[in-house]
Design a protein around this ligand. Structure first.
Ligand code: SF4
Ligand code: MSK
Length: 624
């Protein structure tokens, strides 16, 4: 094993059990991959045409250009833009799926779902300047139309959603450097076009298109996904929940929903609560049914229903290793194909549900929103029928689970503050809260699971920084008790006092990885109230354990929204000094934010604290 020590003891025990059961895990496969390709790590290989693959020698002894003449800067930036495009495409395709379902609900074509939060719909509509003094159906139809046009309109204007939600100062800046996103699909397509052999070779120009594509995600596809999910399933409100593998129960049928799409998981939750299903489970000898989430589907259902979360990205295999998981239902993104191999050693059924994400060896039950209830019940039935197939001697569920409060949507934060963001702004001005940090992103087996997520957050709250976050960071924070009210004991004196007064934890759960738009909304509202740019605020971001291409898109739209962002592991860009310099230094003058790369959690926190301190001094000095 590469790593012997794990921050989360549940993971440590899970790996031990996996090995004694003869199961290979992600850490074993990482070890088998060593040494990983140096050209790949530096971003210096290109296979964008069949004159290649080409690679550049980073030591200057071998080739310095690809067959076509592409330099290191061209190849590195093209590869990076492709990562951003893939990340933006993934988030935005998820957003599109939600928007399409919403359109059908609005048109009365999809009766299996409803508009649960009409007030939120009106709020979205008025931002988009849609007349709200009409029937809900009419408002919904118009809002859906605008959202879907953002995926396909052919004019040069900024996305309607970005236009409605982004602060004026950001929009002005984006327009001035020609990175205002025009059409979500178009930006992804143009990124693929520009990175085709023989198109854009200028690393700066390519990076601008990367920025435009990321913005089409953060202020477009992801934002649409979050807003419509709230309208359809309810805007999250603080709710008590639990996290870690200890949420599984030995005497119950255990079902995990894993992936990202709430259209599916909402129905799985409903089906598992159905009396008929519970009776069926009892008839098989189980005491009931447990539904738990994993990764961002976990975030979606925990923040709306308090459904427990079994774990974050690196725990997906280990959930099966408990021997007590009867079905893992997956949609898309962050689902490892290895689940099928792990499940082979136990009785777990892996059920794929999206035509976009099939895994050889898994059972495929395709999910259609039009038959959502029947399909969800069919899936739950499969899990129940599988309960008796458990091998009793292989069952070992860790006892650890941690409670906490989840579901701090923007609306919930405003409510906790008594109706507006002003108390937060005042606290920032006074210095009782020194700044805000957004921590997001995945786990990565190259990094000790959860360690950076937790240590960075702890150090920030100890310095009176309010921490908000999403994605697999949230699950790490929850497991570590940072979403408990008592978590405030770890905060600095003034943050602790505020948390006690408001009855909030020092770290706030803002949702899944599409929900970073919520963080942007809070930051934008503060900047607009203060009459400053987002880049003037004492705010910083971090993705300490990122691994996915979506995280690259997120980091890029944070930076392009004026936020200094620290990456906890190096993206494949070190092969070009020009690209490194651009992204970690020069880009700040262009867009207001920049990246830093740092793996040591204490240094990550230090970088964020230093940035926040400088911005505080500038802001307060500027404001006299
Ligand atoms: Fe090589 Fe250029 Fe083709 Fe890339 S695009 S594989 S660098 S010839
Ligand atoms: S699930 S993208 S590992 S946060 Fe959204 Fe977690 Fe990262 Fe997937």
């Amino acid at each position: 094993m590469i790593r012997k020590k794990f921050y989360d003891k549940v993971t440590q025990e899970g790996i031990k059990k996996a090995h004694s059961d003869g199961v290979e895990t992600i850490w074993d496969r990482l070890e088998a991959q060593q040494p990983q390709c140096g050209f790949g790590q530096l971003g210096l290989c290109c296979r964008n045409c069949n004159m290649g693959p080409c690679r550049i020698d980073p030591f200057g002894e071998g080739p310095s250009k690809g067959v076509c003449g592409a330099t290191a800067a061209t190849i590195v930036s093209r590869n990076l833009v492709r990562m951003i495009a893939a990340g933006a495409a993934s988030h935005s395709d998820h957003g599109r799926e939600i928007a399409l379902a919403f359109k059908e609900i609005a048109e009365g074509e999809l009766q299996r779902y409803e508009i649960k939060d009409q007030a939120k719909l009106k709020q979205v509509a008025s931002k988009l300047e849609v007349d709200t003094n009409r029937e809900i159906k009419q408002i919904a139809e118009d809002v859906a139309k605008i959202a879907l046009l953002d995926f396909g309109k052919q004019d040069e204007k900024i996305l309607a959603f970005a236009n409605a939600y982004a602060p004026e100062s950001l929009k002005k800046l984006w327009k001035s450097i020609n990175v205002a996103p025009r059409n979500i699909d178009r930006e992804v397509t143009e990124s693929m076009h520009r990175t085709h052999m023989g198109v854009d070779a200028d690393h700066f120009n390519l990076s601008l298109q990367g920025i435009r594509t990321a913005l089409s995600d953060g202020w477009g596809g992801s934002l649409i996904g979050s807003e419509f999910s709230d309208v359809m399933f309810g805007t999250p409100q603080p709710v008590q929940s639990y996290a870690n593998l200890g949420v599984l129960e030995e005497d119950k049928v255990n079902v995990i929903t894993h992936g990202h799409l709430p259209i599916l998981s909402e129905k799985i939750v409903e089906a598992a609560e159905d009396e008929e299903m519970i009776e069926l489970a009892k008839s098989k000898g189980a005491a009931g049914i447990v539904v738990a989430g994993m990764c961002c589907t976990g975030n979606e259902i925990t923040m709306r229903h308090g459904i427990p979360t079994a774990g974050n990205f690196l725990q997906q295999e280990l959930a099966i290793v408990t021997g007590a998981l009867d079905a893992m239902v997956v949609d898309y993104q962050c689902i490892m194909p290895s689940l099928v191999d792990v499940a082979d050693c136990y009785h777990t059924k892996i059920i794929t549900t999206s035509e976009k994400a099939k895994i050889p060896g898994a059972e495929h039950i395709e999910f259609y929103p039009q038959q959502a209830d029947e399909i969800a019940r069919k899936i739950i039935k499969r899990a129940i029928e599988n309960y008796p197939a458990r091998a009793k001697d292989k069952i070992k569920i860790p006892s650890e689970k941690m409670d906490g409060i989840v579901g701090f949507s923007v609306e919930a934060i405003v409510e906790a503050l008594g109706g507006s963001l002003n108390p937060l702004i005042e606290a920032i001005k006074k210095g009782t809260i020194k700044g805000i940090a957004g921590i997001v992103g995945c786990n990565n087996p190259k990094i000790e699971q959860d360690k950076s997520h937790i240590e960075v957050a702890k150090e920030l709250i100890a310095n009176d920084i309010l921490v908000v976050g999403t994605g697999c960071w949230s699950i790490a924070a929850m497991k570590a008790g940072l979403f408990k009210l008592e978590g405030a004991e770890l905060a600095g004196e003034s943050l602790k006092t505020i948390c006690r007064q408001l009855g909030i934890p020092p770290c706030l759960h803002m949702g899944s990885c599409v929900d970073n738009a919520r963080i942007l909304a809070v930051i934008s509202a503060i900047a607009e109230t203060l009459g400053v740019k987002t880049s003037d605020l004492p705010v910083a971001g971090a993705a300490p354990e990122w691994m996915s291409e979506k995280a690259v898109a997120i980091g890029t739209y944070f930076v392009a929204s004026g936020i200094f962002t620290v990456l906890g592991n190096t993206p494949p860009i070190l092969g070009s000094v020009e690209v490194v310099k651009l992204l970690t230094k020069d880009i700040e003058k262009v867009i207001g934010g920049k990246f830093a790369v740092e793996s040591n959690p204490h240094k990550i926190a230090e970088l964020m604290l230093r940035h926040i301190q400088i911005k505080r001094e500038q802001l307060l000095g500027k404001r006299g």
